[in-house]
Structure formats: C-alpha cells, structure tokens
Design a protein around this ligand. Sequence first.
Ligand code: HEM
Length: 227
Amino acid sequence: MSGFLSSSIGKKLIMSISGLFLILFLVVHLTVNLLLLLGSEAYNTAAHFMGTNPLITSIQPILALGFLVHIVYAFILTAVNAKARPVKYEQVSQSHSSSLVSRQMLPLGLALLLFLVLHMIHFFVKLKVTGEAPMIVMEDGVEMHNTYLLVGSLFQMPLYAIMYIFAAIFLAMHLSHGFWSAFQTIGWSNEVWRGRLTWVGYAVAGLFGFGYAIVPLYFLIFQPITL
Ligand code: HEM
C-alpha cells in the first residue's frame, strides 16, 4: 500500500481525492456565503451555526489537513514531473495534449494559497483568534459575531472586493482543469465520459467563479452597509 501511495499514480490519486474533498468544502462555504445576499440575520445565524456546531467544528482539523496534503503533494508531483521531463515544457510544442490552464495549476494554486492566507487574516483570525470582530445580539437574546458587518465592510473597499473577485477567477480556472482531471485519475472517466466531464468541469468552475465573485460585487456596487 505504502509503495502504491509513493508511486506517481498514487501521488496523483492523493491529489485528486484531497481536491474533491476541498470541492465539497467549497460547496458548503459558497452556500453559506450566498446567504449574505439575503441580509444580516440569515447570514449571521448560519455563520454562528457553522462556527459553533460541534459536528462542524470537529471537521476543521480534517479540512486543514486536506489543504495541507493538497498543497504538499502539488509540490511533490511538480518536482517528480520536472525530473521525468528533462526538456522544459516551453521548449516543446504546447499546442496539443495540455491546455494553458493545465500547465498553470501550480501558479494558480499558489495564488489561491496567498489569497487563503490573507482571507484567514481578514476573517478567521478576527473571529476565532483575536476576537476583534463586532458582536450582535439577536432578537431572541442570543449573542453572536456580526460576521455580516465584518464581511460587508471589507467588500465595500474596492481593493478588497477586487482581490476577492480575482481569487474567484483563479479558483474557477484551477477547477476548470482540476475537476475532470480528478475524475480521470480516480478512473471514473472513459472515452465517452472524458468529453462530458470536461464540460461538467467548466460548468462547475463557472458556477464557483460566479458564486464567489457575486458577493464582493454586491457589496461593492450596492454598499448595503452604512458605517
Ligand atoms: C466571497 C468570497 C468569500 C467570503 C465572503 C468568505 C467568507 C469567510 C468567512 C467569514 C470565514 C470565517 C468563518 C468562521 O470562521 O466563522 C471564512 C473561512 C474560510 N474560508 Fe472563506 N470566504 C470566501 C471565499 C473563500 C474561498 C474562495 C476559499 C478557498 C479557496 C475560502 C476558504 C476558506 C477557509 C479554508 C476558511 C476556514 C474555514 C473554517 O472556518 O474552518 N473562502 N470564509
């Protein structure tokens, strides 16, 4: 088993499974994000539930491990591929077999990693570490973080809204290759499904890109928060 996991295909399998796990996280995260469009009560209640429900918070370390494994194996696989291919990609014809995005998966991933670090500083650290995020008392007397205000006031600043829109575009590009490639690696693809999965991948990537970009755009354009 350990021999298989350290083989090239084993490493690719680890990348694919961790990538698909992260996509599941992105679905949940996007669903909660879209509640921002419904107003503060809906979003704050959902964010409070996600941040305090023991079942969900107990998954956090697994999520962190998922990111770590995906990132570490991205570097390992890139190094292995570079060793196996002494002639640099740029020196051979790039027109066939690999798309532009497929050759930029590592830089795109690194841009997302940089975004993730800034993203944690914007929200996670303020909510969970320093506790400097604003609080709100709901009508039923329950006290919780006003995450709506925290997110909305950040996105009313053009620099941050644009940064998050770019992150959404990079995420969409990363997924446009990663999605079908993951299914290919785990063997759930054949001659017929390869073509279909490519298009499903584009649709998934488009939905994620649009979904993650619409929230900063909404706050930037409509400025629903009066500070
Ligand atoms: C409109 C875009 C986004 C908004 C408004 C947003 C908002 C938030 C907020 C408020 C939190 C803190 C939740 C809490 O700890 O209570 C959070 C956590 C997080 N976000 Fe985002 N996010 C966005 C996009 C993204 C993207 C594109 C990614 C991944 C590429 C991402 C990955 C994460 C991760 C890994 C966490 C930590 C999860 C945890 O609490 O365990 N987010 N996000």
